[in-house]
Design a binder for this molecule. Structure first.
Ligand code: IDP
Ligand code: MG
Length: 149
């Protein structure tokens, strides 16, 4: 089953939107297989966002993601990566469709509430960066046959 990695970013936790955001992934049908509340360390943030290391916003991005606690989630489901990205919405909240997390709840790119993996390969890598195998539980959910055909 495909896996994706989600961060409920510091702004979302501070704004009390943790439950609202988890609810949207659950209602989409994605299955939670791991979840933790933590403050991301600077080295882990730099590793997670290494692809952006040369971008002008890198320092502010690392400051933002390490500024306050987050909730990290590993999700499983058919097309989990693409489904989660659609539910999250476009990177720039002003371009995100209404009905998406960013389109409904955010205004600025530097406060866009949530991270989701952008490829199946990165989903695997990012889940492994934040969770040990022992912290992941792939479980049979009672309503799986009503969500996964
Ligand atoms: P994504 O989160 O939609 O995958 P990415 O392009 O991977 O978007 O960028 C990672 C994060 O870096 C964004 O979610 C956003 O928080 C931040 N970011 C991206 N581009 C900019 C920018 O131009 N200014 C400020 N922050 C940015
Ligand atoms: Mg990205």
């Amino acid at each position: 089953m495909e896996r994706t990695f989600i961060i409920i970013k510091p702004d979302a936790v501070q704004r009390g939107l943790t439950g609202e955001i988890i609810k949207r992934f659950e209602q989409r049908g994605l299955r939670i297989i791991g979840m933790k509340f933590l403050r991301i360390s600077r080295p882990l943030a730099e590793k997670h966002y290494a692809v952006h290391a040369e971008r002008p916003f890198f320092a502010s991005l690392v400051n933002y993601i390490t500024s306050s606690p987050v909730v990290v989630i590993a999700l499983e489901g058919t097309n989990a990566v693409a489904a989660a990205r659609k539910t999250i919405g476009a990177t720039k909240p002003q371009e995100a469709e209404a009905g998406t997390i960013r389109g409904d709840l955010a205004l600025e790119i530097g406060r866009n509430l949530v991270h989701g993996s952008d490829s199946v390969e990165n989903g695997q890598i990012e889940v492994a960066n934040f969770f040990t195998e022992a912290e992941l539980t792939s479980w049979p959910r009672n309503n799986d046959p009503w969500i996964f055909e």
